[in-house]
Design a binder for this molecule. Structure first.
Ligand code: ARG
Length: 480
């Protein structure tokens, strides 16, 4: 069969070699991308007079039919090395030799570069849409928890009182940065590779600029030799995906901890708590553990892609086909995690009394006391030592810092007067923060407003990305 790359006249591929070298199983996820790319290429070939109009119309109809059959789940493609050869072989089967006109001025090397870029662009639209929803949901949750106090942690040791709203705006800030990272991915991806041929260009009178416009890319790749070996956009995409998953994983660890009996800050609704097959009492946070577990896969995909690329000489090398697994898994992983995260967060209930009790029963306001002394004119280091002495005295006497009396404190140091001691109130501790980006309610409200604006921008950017279905409709109209 033609498509089994036996063009040089030798025997067809050994079946074991075909099986070993085929990427078709994974490539089928790129079928829509491949068909859209072929429709644009065909339109360009016809406009440039490289394929006669009548023949172009037949190929056009063939490609459109494949798209619709695929959409209905009815398409079965022949067993070939990859999706490009499978489509070509199927067109040959249906149309005969006329199908051979389509591959003029194109190689599978630039074809796969295009399919992957179209795939990444499509995934970015979905991911940015989901990120905008997640950031908006976290901002809403932050607003609802502005008055819930809980401990913050450094070194997983209690640090200072914060509002739960502040924790939610922290997570939202991470995901808002991920939206920026995916915007960068989009910019790196928005360059059209098709038409550079196998490596050196083509002597046929093509018009890459027309193909670019049809596929709605912003620019053309500048050098064909670079183009066919370039997977930088795939690296950036895998990195953005891995980084997002690391954020999700860190959030997951907090929720695994917070829902444990040891912390007791939150409980999981039955719908998202998994049981144990042996221990009847268990309500396990498997969803959050799986988010954390899957983040390892995303990191592995990034590393795998880096290793695939590192030893390759300039130009196309078949090693590049090993980009497929990592690249195709990235979008699926990220989208599933963004979706389940939104669901899971809506099913976590915080126990406000327990959170507040954890804050009140500790010495987390020590820094606030020190700052109150600084306001009386003491150097911070002196204040730090005075409060340190008070905290040690409290520990010896079994007294909670927030409840010490003035006489108790003055016995440690006379500068610890009632005015200074007022700073030991956990609520005041949170309210009094003045720095930009702090846990004070006014600062968290400002953060929420900024995050909502960022979520809206992200949604608008996601909307503006050209989608495969739109491209197909426009190209299907544009009769070959
Ligand atoms: N299946 C190949 C890949 O995914 C397409 C390009 C193949 N090019 C070649 N000359 N064998 O990378």
């Amino acid at each position: 069969m033609l498509a089994k790359t036996a063009a040089s006249g030798g025997p067809g591929l050994h079946p074991e070699v075909l099986a070993f070298s085929s990427s078709l199983a994974l490539d089928l996820q790129l079928l829509r991308e491949d068909l859209v790319g072929s429709l644009a290429h065909l339109t360009m070939l016809a406009e440039c007079g490289i394929v006669p109009r009548a023949e172009a119309a037949r190929i056009h109809a063939g490609l459109v039919a494949l798209w619709h059959e695929h959409a209905r789940g009815e398409l079965r493609l022949p067993d070939e090395e990859d999706v490009h050869m499978a489509v070509e072989a199927e067109l040959f089967r249906r149309l005969g030799d006329v199908a051979g006109l389509l591959h003029s001025a194109r190689s599978r090397n630039d074809q796969i570069a295009l399919d992957l870029r179209l795939h990444v662009r499509e995934q970015c639209a979905e991911i940015l849409g989901a990120l905008s929803e997640l950031v908006a949901a976290l901002a809403d949750r932050a607003e609802a928890e502005l008055d819930t106090l809980l401990p913050s942690y450094t070194h997983r040791q209690r640090a200072q009182p914060i509002s739960l709203g502040y924790l939610f705006t922290a997570y939202a800030s991470m995901f808002a940065r991920d939206a920026d990272a995916f915007r960068f991915v989009l910019a790196q991806t928005d360059v059209m590779p098709l038409g550079v041929g196998a490596i050196a260009g083509t002597s046929l009178p093509t018009d890459r600029e027309l193909t670019r416009r049809l596929l709605r890319f912003s620019a053309l790749t500048a050098n064909g030799l670079d183009t066919v070996g370039d997977r930088d956009f795939a690296l950036d995409y895998s990195f953005a995906g891995a980084r997002l998953m690391v954020h999700a994983s860190r959030l997951a660890t907090d929720f695994v901890d917070f829902t444990s009996t040891e912390f007791g800050f939150a409980t999981l609704d039955g719908e998202i708590a998994c049981g144990s097959s042996m221990m009847p009492q268990k309500k396990n946070p498997d969803v959050f553990e799986l988010i954390r577990g899957k983040s390892g896969r995303a990191v592995g995909n990034l590393v795998g892609l880096l290793v695939t690329l590192k030893g390759l000489p300039a130009g196309y090398n078949r090693d590049l086909q090993e980009d497929r697994g990592p690249l195709l898994e990235t979008g699926a992983l990220v989208r599933s995690v963004l979706s389940i995260l939104q669901l899971a967060l809506s099913k976590v209930r915080f126990d406000r009394d327990r959170c507040r009790a954890a804050v009140a029963g500790d010495a987390m306001q020590a820094t606030d006391l020190a700052e109150a002394l600084v306001r009386t004119g003491l150097p911070f280091r002196t204040a730090y030592q005075i409060v340190g002495a008070l905290v040690r005295r409290c520990q010896e006497a079994g007294v909670v810092l927030g409840t010490v009396t003035e006489s108790f404190a003055r016995a440690v140091d006379p500068r610890l007067d009632a005015k200074v001691l007022a700073a030991a109130n956990p609520l005041k501790s949170v309210e009094r923060k003045q720095s930009v980006g702090s846990t004070s309610p006014s600062s968290v409200k400002a953060q929420i407003a900024a995050l909502r604006a960022a979520a809206q921008r992200t949604a608008a950017d996601a909307q503006a990305i050209p989608r495969l279905a739109e491209l197909f409709s426009a190209l299907a109209e544009h009769k070959g």
